[in-house]
Write a protein that binds this ligand. Structure first.
Ligand code: GCV
Length: 595
Protein backbone atom coordinates (compact mmCIF):
# COMPACT_ATOMS: atom_id res chain seq x y z
CA UNK A 1 0.00 0.00 0.00
CA UNK A 2 2.68 2.48 1.07
CA UNK A 3 6.18 1.06 1.10
CA UNK A 4 8.57 2.38 3.76
CA UNK A 5 10.99 3.35 0.97
CA UNK A 6 8.35 5.66 -0.49
CA UNK A 7 8.31 7.59 2.75
CA UNK A 8 12.02 8.22 2.67
CA UNK A 9 11.64 11.44 0.77
CA UNK A 10 8.74 12.62 2.95
CA UNK A 11 11.10 13.64 5.74
CA UNK A 12 9.79 14.62 9.16
CA UNK A 13 6.84 16.66 7.96
CA UNK A 14 5.78 15.19 4.62
CA UNK A 15 3.06 12.65 3.93
CA UNK A 16 1.47 10.40 1.38
CA UNK A 17 -2.30 10.20 0.81
CA UNK A 18 -3.44 7.28 -1.26
CA UNK A 19 -6.71 5.61 -2.22
CA UNK A 20 -6.41 1.82 -2.13
CA UNK A 21 -8.56 -1.26 -1.77
CA UNK A 22 -8.24 -3.21 1.41
CA UNK A 23 -10.30 -6.35 1.94
CA UNK A 24 -12.21 -5.31 -1.16
CA UNK A 25 -13.19 -2.07 0.43
CA UNK A 26 -12.01 1.37 -0.67
CA UNK A 27 -9.88 3.03 1.98
CA UNK A 28 -7.75 6.15 2.18
CA UNK A 29 -4.29 5.87 3.62
CA UNK A 30 -2.54 8.84 5.16
CA UNK A 31 1.03 7.82 5.89
CA UNK A 32 4.02 9.70 7.24
CA UNK A 33 7.25 9.14 9.09
CA UNK A 34 6.28 11.30 12.04
CA UNK A 35 3.02 12.25 13.70
CA UNK A 36 3.46 15.79 12.36
CA UNK A 37 3.33 14.44 8.82
CA UNK A 38 0.11 12.58 9.62
CA UNK A 39 -1.34 15.78 11.07
CA UNK A 40 -0.52 17.75 7.92
CA UNK A 41 -1.78 14.90 5.74
CA UNK A 42 -5.10 14.88 7.57
CA UNK A 43 -5.50 18.62 7.16
CA UNK A 44 -4.75 18.21 3.46
CA UNK A 45 -7.48 15.57 3.27
CA UNK A 46 -9.94 17.88 5.07
CA UNK A 47 -9.06 20.64 2.65
CA UNK A 48 -9.95 18.40 -0.27
CA UNK A 49 -13.30 17.63 1.29
CA UNK A 50 -13.99 21.27 2.10
CA UNK A 51 -13.03 22.16 -1.45
CA UNK A 52 -15.43 19.49 -2.74
CA UNK A 53 -12.70 17.61 -4.55
CA UNK A 54 -13.03 13.94 -5.45
CA UNK A 55 -11.42 11.79 -2.78
CA UNK A 56 -11.78 8.33 -4.25
CA UNK A 57 -8.65 8.21 -6.43
CA UNK A 58 -6.04 10.00 -4.41
CA UNK A 59 -2.34 9.75 -5.02
CA UNK A 60 -0.71 12.64 -3.24
CA UNK A 61 2.76 13.19 -1.93
CA UNK A 62 3.69 16.43 -0.25
CA UNK A 63 6.35 17.92 1.97
CA UNK A 64 7.27 21.48 2.86
CA UNK A 65 10.01 23.22 0.92
CA UNK A 66 10.90 25.58 3.74
CA UNK A 67 11.92 24.20 7.11
CA UNK A 68 11.01 26.92 9.63
CA UNK A 69 7.59 28.41 8.87
CA UNK A 70 6.91 30.95 11.55
CA UNK A 71 4.51 33.61 12.62
CA UNK A 72 6.12 36.61 14.29
CA UNK A 73 3.86 38.27 16.82
CA UNK A 74 4.69 41.89 17.52
CA UNK A 75 2.79 41.49 20.78
CA UNK A 76 3.89 43.41 23.83
CA UNK A 77 3.77 41.99 27.32
CA UNK A 78 1.15 44.58 28.32
CA UNK A 79 -1.29 43.13 25.81
CA UNK A 80 -0.92 45.75 23.09
CA UNK A 81 0.16 44.73 19.59
CA UNK A 82 2.56 46.87 17.60
CA UNK A 83 1.05 47.35 14.15
CA UNK A 84 -1.85 45.14 15.19
CA UNK A 85 -5.33 46.12 14.01
CA UNK A 86 -7.48 43.32 15.41
CA UNK A 87 -7.76 44.08 19.09
CA UNK A 88 -5.36 43.12 21.84
CA UNK A 89 -2.79 40.37 22.00
CA UNK A 90 -4.26 36.90 22.24
CA UNK A 91 -1.61 36.04 24.84
CA UNK A 92 -3.13 36.85 28.16
CA UNK A 93 0.09 37.10 30.16
CA UNK A 94 -1.67 38.24 33.30
CA UNK A 95 -3.75 35.09 33.55
CA UNK A 96 -1.14 32.65 32.31
CA UNK A 97 0.01 30.08 33.29
CA UNK A 98 -3.01 29.33 35.49
CA UNK A 99 -5.67 30.20 32.95
CA UNK A 100 -5.02 28.96 29.45
CA UNK A 101 -7.44 30.54 27.00
CA UNK A 102 -9.18 27.86 24.89
CA UNK A 103 -8.47 30.09 21.90
CA UNK A 104 -4.83 28.97 21.97
CA UNK A 105 -5.96 25.58 20.82
CA UNK A 106 -7.99 27.09 17.98
CA UNK A 107 -4.93 29.14 17.08
CA UNK A 108 -2.80 26.00 17.03
CA UNK A 109 -5.26 24.15 14.82
CA UNK A 110 -5.58 26.99 12.35
CA UNK A 111 -1.83 27.23 12.06
CA UNK A 112 -1.26 23.50 11.80
CA UNK A 113 -3.89 23.31 9.06
CA UNK A 114 -1.70 25.55 6.90
CA UNK A 115 1.61 24.05 7.91
CA UNK A 116 2.94 26.74 10.25
CA UNK A 117 5.36 25.09 12.66
CA UNK A 118 6.61 27.91 14.86
CA UNK A 119 5.58 31.14 16.47
CA UNK A 120 7.52 33.98 18.04
CA UNK A 121 5.32 35.06 20.92
CA UNK A 122 6.52 38.61 21.54
CA UNK A 123 7.49 41.80 19.76
CA UNK A 124 10.91 42.26 18.17
CA UNK A 125 10.95 45.54 20.06
CA UNK A 126 11.47 43.29 22.99
CA UNK A 127 11.32 43.59 26.74
CA UNK A 128 13.88 41.70 28.78
CA UNK A 129 11.11 40.42 31.10
CA UNK A 130 10.17 37.72 28.59
CA UNK A 131 13.26 35.88 29.82
CA UNK A 132 12.35 36.00 33.49
CA UNK A 133 11.29 32.82 35.26
CA UNK A 134 7.67 33.93 35.50
CA UNK A 135 7.32 34.58 31.79
CA UNK A 136 9.11 31.38 30.87
CA UNK A 137 6.49 29.46 32.89
CA UNK A 138 3.70 31.38 31.18
CA UNK A 139 5.21 30.65 27.78
CA UNK A 140 5.61 27.00 28.74
CA UNK A 141 1.84 26.83 29.26
CA UNK A 142 1.29 28.16 25.75
CA UNK A 143 3.90 25.75 24.37
CA UNK A 144 2.10 22.78 25.85
CA UNK A 145 -1.07 23.71 23.95
CA UNK A 146 0.77 24.28 20.67
CA UNK A 147 3.05 21.23 20.91
CA UNK A 148 0.52 18.57 19.81
CA UNK A 149 -0.04 20.67 16.70
CA UNK A 150 3.62 20.66 15.75
CA UNK A 151 4.22 24.29 16.69
CA UNK A 152 7.36 25.36 18.53
CA UNK A 153 7.54 28.62 20.39
CA UNK A 154 10.31 31.22 20.12
CA UNK A 155 11.13 34.47 21.94
CA UNK A 156 12.21 37.84 20.63
CA UNK A 157 15.00 38.82 22.97
CA UNK A 158 16.49 42.12 24.00
CA UNK A 159 20.21 42.14 23.54
CA UNK A 160 20.97 43.80 26.84
CA UNK A 161 18.84 41.40 28.90
CA UNK A 162 21.86 40.28 30.96
CA UNK A 163 22.03 43.85 32.25
CA UNK A 164 18.32 44.54 32.59
CA UNK A 165 17.30 41.34 34.35
CA UNK A 166 20.60 39.59 35.05
CA UNK A 167 22.36 42.18 37.16
CA UNK A 168 25.43 42.26 34.91
CA UNK A 169 27.21 45.49 34.12
CA UNK A 170 27.67 44.69 30.44
CA UNK A 171 26.06 42.74 27.59
CA UNK A 172 29.29 42.53 25.59
CA UNK A 173 29.16 39.26 23.67
CA UNK A 174 32.87 38.70 24.32
CA UNK A 175 32.47 38.95 28.09
CA UNK A 176 32.61 35.48 29.71
CA UNK A 177 29.97 36.37 32.31
CA UNK A 178 27.60 37.47 29.60
CA UNK A 179 28.17 34.27 27.64
CA UNK A 180 27.57 32.23 30.75
CA UNK A 181 24.41 34.17 31.49
CA UNK A 182 22.95 33.32 28.09
CA UNK A 183 23.94 29.67 28.45
CA UNK A 184 22.24 29.42 31.82
CA UNK A 185 19.21 31.21 30.46
CA UNK A 186 18.96 28.75 27.58
CA UNK A 187 19.25 25.86 30.02
CA UNK A 188 16.50 27.34 32.17
CA UNK A 189 14.21 27.74 29.16
CA UNK A 190 14.80 24.23 27.85
CA UNK A 191 14.13 22.74 31.26
CA UNK A 192 10.58 24.03 31.00
CA UNK A 193 10.13 24.02 27.23
CA UNK A 194 12.16 21.11 25.85
CA UNK A 195 11.19 21.85 22.24
CA UNK A 196 11.81 25.61 22.48
CA UNK A 197 12.69 26.95 19.01
CA UNK A 198 15.14 29.76 19.66
CA UNK A 199 15.56 33.53 19.58
CA UNK A 200 14.58 36.27 17.15
CA UNK A 201 16.70 39.40 17.47
CA UNK A 202 16.30 42.99 16.36
CA UNK A 203 19.65 44.51 17.17
CA UNK A 204 20.96 48.02 16.78
CA UNK A 205 17.89 49.18 14.96
CA UNK A 206 15.17 51.69 15.82
CA UNK A 207 16.45 52.08 19.37
CA UNK A 208 16.98 48.40 20.09
CA UNK A 209 20.44 47.78 21.55
CA UNK A 210 22.94 45.50 19.83
CA UNK A 211 26.52 44.23 19.99
CA UNK A 212 27.71 47.38 18.22
CA UNK A 213 27.50 49.19 21.57
CA UNK A 214 30.62 47.21 22.48
CA UNK A 215 32.27 47.56 19.11
CA UNK A 216 31.21 44.02 18.14
CA UNK A 217 29.48 42.90 14.96
CA UNK A 218 26.12 41.32 14.23
CA UNK A 219 27.96 38.02 13.82
CA UNK A 220 29.58 38.33 17.24
CA UNK A 221 26.20 38.92 18.84
CA UNK A 222 24.36 36.22 16.92
CA UNK A 223 27.08 33.63 17.50
CA UNK A 224 27.04 34.15 21.24
CA UNK A 225 23.32 33.35 21.32
CA UNK A 226 23.79 30.50 18.85
CA UNK A 227 26.36 28.94 21.13
CA UNK A 228 23.93 29.05 24.06
CA UNK A 229 21.11 27.47 22.05
CA UNK A 230 23.00 24.92 19.99
CA UNK A 231 23.21 22.11 22.62
CA UNK A 232 19.40 21.97 22.45
CA UNK A 233 18.98 22.39 18.70
CA UNK A 234 17.75 25.98 18.99
CA UNK A 235 18.27 28.60 16.30
CA UNK A 236 18.90 32.33 16.13
CA UNK A 237 17.00 34.48 13.65
CA UNK A 238 18.97 37.69 13.46
CA UNK A 239 17.19 40.48 11.60
CA UNK A 240 18.84 42.54 8.89
CA UNK A 241 16.32 45.38 9.30
CA UNK A 242 18.91 48.07 10.06
CA UNK A 243 19.21 51.50 8.55
CA UNK A 244 21.86 53.57 10.17
CA UNK A 245 22.16 56.52 7.80
CA UNK A 246 25.73 57.16 8.91
CA UNK A 247 26.56 54.00 6.92
CA UNK A 248 24.83 55.29 3.81
CA UNK A 249 22.45 58.15 3.27
CA UNK A 250 20.27 55.89 1.08
CA UNK A 251 18.29 53.79 3.57
CA UNK A 252 17.76 50.96 1.09
CA UNK A 253 21.50 50.27 0.98
CA UNK A 254 22.19 49.95 4.70
CA UNK A 255 21.21 46.34 5.38
CA UNK A 256 23.35 45.05 2.53
CA UNK A 257 26.33 47.18 3.54
CA UNK A 258 26.22 45.95 7.13
CA UNK A 259 25.55 42.28 6.46
CA UNK A 260 27.22 41.21 3.23
CA UNK A 261 30.76 41.64 4.64
CA UNK A 262 29.78 39.23 7.44
CA UNK A 263 28.83 36.39 5.12
CA UNK A 264 30.57 33.22 6.28
CA UNK A 265 31.03 34.44 9.84
CA UNK A 266 27.73 33.23 11.30
CA UNK A 267 27.37 30.00 13.29
CA UNK A 268 25.53 27.17 11.56
CA UNK A 269 22.36 27.65 13.64
CA UNK A 270 21.95 31.30 12.67
CA UNK A 271 19.64 32.59 9.96
CA UNK A 272 19.54 36.19 8.79
CA UNK A 273 15.94 37.31 8.67
CA UNK A 274 15.35 39.88 5.93
CA UNK A 275 12.22 41.72 4.91
CA UNK A 276 11.05 41.12 1.36
CA UNK A 277 12.17 44.55 0.23
CA UNK A 278 14.89 46.96 1.30
CA UNK A 279 12.64 49.57 2.97
CA UNK A 280 9.75 48.35 5.07
CA UNK A 281 6.76 46.39 3.77
CA UNK A 282 5.70 49.12 1.37
CA UNK A 283 2.77 48.31 -0.95
CA UNK A 284 5.37 47.36 -3.56
CA UNK A 285 9.15 47.16 -3.33
CA UNK A 286 11.79 45.57 -5.49
CA UNK A 287 13.41 42.56 -3.84
CA UNK A 288 15.78 43.01 -0.95
CA UNK A 289 19.30 42.96 -2.45
CA UNK A 290 20.41 40.64 0.35
CA UNK A 291 18.67 37.71 -1.34
CA UNK A 292 21.48 35.95 -3.16
CA UNK A 293 24.19 38.23 -1.80
CA UNK A 294 25.13 36.09 1.22
CA UNK A 295 25.58 32.59 -0.21
CA UNK A 296 27.23 31.20 2.92
CA UNK A 297 24.37 32.22 5.20
CA UNK A 298 20.76 31.04 5.20
CA UNK A 299 18.52 34.02 4.55
CA UNK A 300 15.08 33.77 6.03
CA UNK A 301 12.38 35.94 4.46
CA UNK A 302 10.14 38.14 6.58
CA UNK A 303 6.76 39.04 5.08
CA UNK A 304 4.11 41.12 6.74
CA UNK A 305 0.68 39.57 7.15
CA UNK A 306 -0.60 42.45 9.25
CA UNK A 307 -1.36 45.22 6.79
CA UNK A 308 0.67 48.04 8.31
CA UNK A 309 1.11 49.93 5.06
CA UNK A 310 -1.74 48.45 3.03
CA UNK A 311 -4.85 49.81 4.69
CA UNK A 312 -4.53 47.95 8.01
CA UNK A 313 -7.74 46.14 8.88
CA UNK A 314 -9.89 48.43 6.77
CA UNK A 315 -8.76 47.63 3.24
CA UNK A 316 -9.34 44.44 1.33
CA UNK A 317 -5.86 43.72 0.01
CA UNK A 318 -4.96 40.13 -0.81
CA UNK A 319 -1.20 40.00 -0.43
CA UNK A 320 -0.37 36.64 -2.02
CA UNK A 321 0.29 38.30 -5.41
CA UNK A 322 2.78 40.64 -3.72
CA UNK A 323 4.57 37.75 -2.04
CA UNK A 324 4.55 35.74 -5.24
CA UNK A 325 6.11 38.65 -7.12
CA UNK A 326 8.97 38.56 -4.61
CA UNK A 327 9.33 34.77 -4.37
CA UNK A 328 9.26 34.37 -8.14
CA UNK A 329 11.78 37.18 -8.75
CA UNK A 330 15.05 36.17 -10.29
CA UNK A 331 18.04 37.34 -8.26
CA UNK A 332 20.47 36.13 -10.97
CA UNK A 333 22.88 35.61 -8.08
CA UNK A 334 23.99 32.23 -9.45
CA UNK A 335 23.07 32.94 -13.03
CA UNK A 336 19.60 33.18 -14.58
CA UNK A 337 16.88 31.28 -12.75
CA UNK A 338 18.09 31.80 -9.17
CA UNK A 339 14.71 32.71 -7.76
CA UNK A 340 14.22 34.33 -4.39
CA UNK A 341 12.15 31.26 -3.44
CA UNK A 342 15.21 29.09 -4.01
CA UNK A 343 17.38 31.32 -1.85
CA UNK A 344 14.76 31.17 0.88
CA UNK A 345 14.18 27.40 0.71
CA UNK A 346 17.95 26.89 0.81
CA UNK A 347 18.15 24.92 -2.45
CA UNK A 348 20.11 27.53 -4.44
CA UNK A 349 22.95 27.66 -1.94
CA UNK A 350 22.70 24.19 -0.40
CA UNK A 351 21.64 25.23 3.05
CA UNK A 352 20.03 22.64 5.27
CA UNK A 353 18.47 25.34 7.42
CA UNK A 354 15.77 27.50 5.82
CA UNK A 355 12.97 29.71 7.05
CA UNK A 356 10.22 32.18 6.36
CA UNK A 357 8.36 34.43 8.80
CA UNK A 358 5.09 36.29 8.57
CA UNK A 359 4.40 39.20 10.90
CA UNK A 360 1.10 38.21 12.41
CA UNK A 361 -2.05 40.29 12.23
CA UNK A 362 -3.83 38.20 14.83
CA UNK A 363 -5.65 39.76 17.76
CA UNK A 364 -8.57 39.20 20.09
CA UNK A 365 -11.19 40.21 17.49
CA UNK A 366 -13.75 37.46 16.94
CA UNK A 367 -12.59 37.08 13.34
CA UNK A 368 -8.90 37.04 14.41
CA UNK A 369 -7.61 39.62 11.92
CA UNK A 370 -9.99 42.59 12.03
CA UNK A 371 -11.08 42.30 8.38
CA UNK A 372 -12.58 39.00 7.27
CA UNK A 373 -10.45 39.16 4.15
CA UNK A 374 -7.22 39.64 6.09
CA UNK A 375 -7.53 36.00 7.08
CA UNK A 376 -6.77 35.19 3.46
CA UNK A 377 -3.31 36.64 4.01
CA UNK A 378 -2.69 34.43 7.02
CA UNK A 379 -3.86 31.45 4.99
CA UNK A 380 -1.76 32.41 1.96
CA UNK A 381 1.32 32.90 4.08
CA UNK A 382 1.08 29.35 5.42
CA UNK A 383 0.46 27.85 2.00
CA UNK A 384 3.35 29.72 0.36
CA UNK A 385 5.63 28.83 3.25
CA UNK A 386 4.79 25.20 2.54
CA UNK A 387 5.39 25.58 -1.16
CA UNK A 388 6.28 28.92 -2.77
CA UNK A 389 5.29 27.47 -6.14
CA UNK A 390 1.57 27.51 -5.36
CA UNK A 391 -0.17 30.24 -7.33
CA UNK A 392 -1.99 33.07 -5.62
CA UNK A 393 -5.15 32.18 -7.56
CA UNK A 394 -5.07 28.56 -6.43
CA UNK A 395 -4.58 29.64 -2.81
CA UNK A 396 -7.38 32.19 -3.04
CA UNK A 397 -9.77 29.62 -4.42
CA UNK A 398 -9.02 27.14 -1.63
CA UNK A 399 -9.55 29.85 0.96
CA UNK A 400 -12.77 31.14 -0.60
CA UNK A 401 -14.25 27.66 -0.76
CA UNK A 402 -13.41 27.00 2.89
CA UNK A 403 -14.34 30.45 4.17
CA UNK A 404 -17.22 31.70 2.08
CA UNK A 405 -18.87 29.22 -0.20
CA UNK A 406 -18.50 26.48 -2.76
CA UNK A 407 -21.03 28.17 -5.01
CA UNK A 408 -19.28 28.79 -8.37
CA UNK A 409 -20.64 32.32 -8.81
CA UNK A 410 -19.54 33.34 -5.33
CA UNK A 411 -16.11 31.81 -5.86
CA UNK A 412 -15.66 33.58 -9.19
CA UNK A 413 -16.73 36.95 -7.85
CA UNK A 414 -14.59 36.86 -4.73
CA UNK A 415 -11.58 35.45 -6.57
CA UNK A 416 -11.74 38.34 -9.03
CA UNK A 417 -11.92 40.91 -6.24
CA UNK A 418 -8.99 39.38 -4.44
CA UNK A 419 -6.83 38.99 -7.53
CA UNK A 420 -6.88 42.69 -8.38
CA UNK A 421 -6.91 44.09 -4.88
CA UNK A 422 -3.16 44.40 -4.29
CA UNK A 423 -2.46 46.14 -7.60
CA UNK A 424 -5.38 48.48 -6.87
CA UNK A 425 -3.82 49.38 -3.51
CA UNK A 426 -0.44 50.04 -5.14
CA UNK A 427 -2.22 52.28 -7.66
CA UNK A 428 -4.13 54.40 -5.17
CA UNK A 429 -1.27 54.62 -2.66
CA UNK A 430 2.16 54.45 -4.28
CA UNK A 431 2.17 53.72 -8.03
CA UNK A 432 5.18 53.51 -10.36
CA UNK A 433 7.72 52.78 -7.63
CA UNK A 434 6.74 55.55 -5.21
CA UNK A 435 7.00 54.55 -1.57
CA UNK A 436 6.66 55.70 2.02
CA UNK A 437 4.21 58.56 1.42
CA UNK A 438 2.28 58.29 4.68
CA UNK A 439 1.28 61.18 6.92
CA UNK A 440 2.86 61.73 10.33
CA UNK A 441 2.19 59.43 13.25
CA UNK A 442 0.67 56.44 11.47
CA UNK A 443 1.22 54.29 8.45
CA UNK A 444 -2.27 54.65 7.07
CA UNK A 445 -3.25 57.80 5.21
CA UNK A 446 -1.40 59.98 2.68
CA UNK A 447 1.09 62.69 3.63
CA UNK A 448 3.40 63.33 0.68
CA UNK A 449 4.38 66.68 2.18
CA UNK A 450 5.38 65.16 5.53
CA UNK A 451 8.81 66.14 6.79
CA UNK A 452 10.01 64.54 10.01
CA UNK A 453 12.00 67.09 11.95
CA UNK A 454 14.23 64.43 13.54
CA UNK A 455 14.98 62.00 10.74
CA UNK A 456 15.16 62.63 7.02
CA UNK A 457 14.28 59.03 6.18
CA UNK A 458 11.07 59.14 8.15
CA UNK A 459 9.90 61.94 5.85
CA UNK A 460 7.86 61.37 2.71
CA UNK A 461 9.85 64.00 0.84
CA UNK A 462 13.05 61.97 1.35
CA UNK A 463 11.51 59.17 -0.73
CA UNK A 464 9.72 60.94 -3.57
CA UNK A 465 11.96 64.01 -3.94
CA UNK A 466 9.35 65.79 -6.04
CA UNK A 467 10.24 69.24 -7.32
CA UNK A 468 9.51 71.20 -10.43
CA UNK A 469 12.21 69.22 -12.24
CA UNK A 470 10.63 65.84 -11.61
CA UNK A 471 9.97 63.06 -9.13
CA UNK A 472 11.61 59.89 -7.80
CA UNK A 473 14.66 58.68 -5.86
CA UNK A 474 17.75 58.42 -8.02
CA UNK A 475 19.29 55.11 -7.01
CA UNK A 476 20.88 54.63 -10.40
CA UNK A 477 24.65 54.59 -10.85
CA UNK A 478 24.43 58.37 -11.27
CA UNK A 479 22.64 58.68 -7.96
CA UNK A 480 23.13 56.60 -4.80
CA UNK A 481 23.93 53.50 -6.88
CA UNK A 482 21.42 51.39 -4.96
CA UNK A 483 21.14 49.39 -8.20
CA UNK A 484 24.76 48.38 -7.71
CA UNK A 485 23.70 46.01 -4.92
CA UNK A 486 21.85 43.75 -7.36
CA UNK A 487 23.41 41.09 -9.57
CA UNK A 488 23.73 41.53 -13.32
CA UNK A 489 21.66 41.90 -15.44
CA UNK A 490 19.29 43.47 -12.87
CA UNK A 491 21.89 46.15 -12.11
CA UNK A 492 22.15 47.14 -15.76
CA UNK A 493 18.44 46.84 -16.54
CA UNK A 494 17.27 48.79 -13.52
CA UNK A 495 19.98 51.42 -13.99
CA UNK A 496 18.33 52.85 -17.07
CA UNK A 497 14.85 54.40 -17.04
CA UNK A 498 14.34 52.83 -20.44
CA UNK A 499 14.81 49.23 -19.27
CA UNK A 500 13.74 49.62 -15.64
CA UNK A 501 10.28 48.04 -15.18
CA UNK A 502 7.79 50.87 -14.80
CA UNK A 503 6.51 49.40 -11.56
CA UNK A 504 9.92 50.29 -10.03
CA UNK A 505 10.60 53.43 -12.07
CA UNK A 506 10.46 56.07 -9.35
CA UNK A 507 12.17 53.74 -6.85
CA UNK A 508 15.33 53.89 -8.94
CA UNK A 509 15.03 57.12 -10.95
CA UNK A 510 14.33 60.80 -10.59
CA UNK A 511 12.64 61.75 -13.83
CA UNK A 512 11.12 64.84 -15.37
CA UNK A 513 7.37 65.13 -15.32
CA UNK A 514 7.49 65.06 -19.09
CA UNK A 515 9.36 61.73 -19.23
CA UNK A 516 7.75 59.57 -21.86
CA UNK A 517 6.28 56.31 -20.61
CA UNK A 518 5.80 53.14 -22.65
CA UNK A 519 2.15 54.10 -23.12
CA UNK A 520 3.23 57.25 -24.94
CA UNK A 521 1.94 59.35 -22.06
CA UNK A 522 4.06 61.62 -19.93
CA UNK A 523 5.05 60.53 -16.46
CA UNK A 524 2.65 63.00 -14.89
CA UNK A 525 -0.23 61.80 -17.05
CA UNK A 526 0.61 58.20 -16.26
CA UNK A 527 0.82 58.88 -12.53
CA UNK A 528 -2.61 60.49 -12.59
CA UNK A 529 -3.95 57.55 -14.52
CA UNK A 530 -2.66 55.06 -11.94
CA UNK A 531 -4.22 56.94 -9.02
CA UNK A 532 -7.50 57.17 -10.92
CA UNK A 533 -7.36 53.50 -11.87
CA UNK A 534 -6.74 52.48 -8.24
CA UNK A 535 -9.82 54.33 -7.03
CA UNK A 536 -11.93 52.95 -9.86
CA UNK A 537 -10.82 49.42 -8.99
CA UNK A 538 -12.09 49.84 -5.44
CA UNK A 539 -15.40 51.15 -6.80
CA UNK A 540 -15.66 48.01 -8.94
CA UNK A 541 -14.82 45.82 -5.94
CA UNK A 542 -17.63 47.47 -4.06
CA UNK A 543 -20.18 46.81 -6.80
CA UNK A 544 -18.91 43.28 -7.20
CA UNK A 545 -19.34 42.63 -3.49
CA UNK A 546 -22.87 44.05 -3.56
CA UNK A 547 -23.76 41.47 -6.19
CA UNK A 548 -23.22 38.78 -3.53
CA UNK A 549 -25.95 39.95 -1.19
CA UNK A 550 -28.11 36.97 -0.25
CA UNK A 551 -25.42 34.49 -1.28
CA UNK A 552 -23.46 34.77 1.94
CA UNK A 553 -24.50 35.41 5.52
CA UNK A 554 -25.70 38.93 6.21
CA UNK A 555 -23.34 39.57 9.09
CA UNK A 556 -20.15 39.04 7.15
CA UNK A 557 -21.67 40.63 4.06
CA UNK A 558 -22.34 43.84 6.00
CA UNK A 559 -18.91 43.78 7.62
CA UNK A 560 -17.11 43.67 4.29
CA UNK A 561 -19.52 46.15 2.68
CA UNK A 562 -18.87 48.72 5.38
CA UNK A 563 -15.14 48.30 5.07
CA UNK A 564 -15.21 48.62 1.30
CA UNK A 565 -17.01 51.93 1.72
CA UNK A 566 -14.21 53.09 3.98
CA UNK A 567 -11.61 51.77 1.56
CA UNK A 568 -13.15 53.75 -1.28
CA UNK A 569 -13.17 56.90 0.79
CA UNK A 570 -9.53 56.32 1.78
CA UNK A 571 -8.49 55.53 -1.80
CA UNK A 572 -10.05 58.80 -3.00
CA UNK A 573 -8.19 60.63 -0.27
CA UNK A 574 -4.88 59.04 -1.31
CA UNK A 575 -5.53 60.03 -4.92
CA UNK A 576 -6.64 63.56 -4.18
CA UNK A 577 -3.98 64.40 -1.62
CA UNK A 578 -1.12 62.94 -3.66
CA UNK A 579 -2.21 64.42 -6.98
CA UNK A 580 -2.89 67.83 -5.47
CA UNK A 581 0.56 67.83 -3.87
CA UNK A 582 2.52 66.47 -6.84
CA UNK A 583 0.50 68.70 -9.15
CA UNK A 584 1.98 71.73 -7.45
CA UNK A 585 5.32 70.73 -8.98
CA UNK A 586 4.21 68.90 -12.10
CA UNK A 587 2.03 71.77 -13.24
CA UNK A 588 4.30 74.57 -12.10
CA UNK A 589 5.50 76.96 -14.82
CA UNK A 590 9.00 75.47 -15.06
CA UNK A 591 8.09 71.77 -15.00
CA UNK A 592 7.84 71.79 -18.76
CA UNK A 593 4.48 70.07 -18.52
CA UNK A 594 1.21 71.44 -19.87
CA UNK A 595 -1.39 72.08 -17.26
C1 GCV B 1 8.39 46.23 15.30
C2 GCV B 1 8.66 49.23 11.02
C3 GCV B 1 7.42 49.28 11.88
C4 GCV B 1 7.79 49.07 13.33
C5 GCV B 1 8.50 47.72 13.44
C6 GCV B 1 9.74 47.76 12.56
C7 GCV B 1 10.48 46.43 12.56
O1 GCV B 1 9.47 50.33 11.27
O2 GCV B 1 6.75 50.49 11.69
O3 GCV B 1 6.61 49.10 14.08
O4 GCV B 1 8.85 47.44 14.76
O5 GCV B 1 9.35 48.04 11.24
O6 GCV B 1 10.22 45.66 11.66
O7 GCV B 1 11.28 46.20 13.43
Amino acid sequence: MVQPSELEIAGDEGYIIRSVFFDNRPVTIIAANKSKGVLYGIFHFFRLIQNRQAIDKLSIQSKPRIQKRLLNHWDNLNGSVERGYAGKSIWNWEKLPVEVDPRYKDYARVNASIGINGTVLNNVNSQAEILTKGYISKAAAIASVLRPYGIQIYFSIKFISPMEIGGLSTADPFDPHVRRWWKEKAQQIYQQIPDFGGFLVKAYSEGQPGPQIYGRTHADGANMLAEALSPYGGIVMWRSFVYDLSIDSDRTKCGYLEFVPLDGQFATNVLIQSKNGPVDFQPREPINPLFGAMPKTPIMMELQITQEYTGQSNHLVYLAPQWKEVLDSDTFSKGPGTLVAEIVDGSAENHTLSGIAGVSGIGTDRNWMGHHFSQANWYAFGRLAWDPAFTSGQIAEEWIRMTWSNDPKTIGVIAKMMAGSWEACVDYMTPLGLHHLMAAGHHYGPGPDYVNPGRADWSSTYYHKADSQGIGFDRSSKGTNGVGQYAEPLRRLWDSPVTCPEKYLLWFHHLPWTHQMSSGKTLWQELRLHYKRGVEAVGIMQKTWDSLEGRIDQQRFDHVKARLEMQLENAREWRDVCLEYFGRFAESPNSGHDR
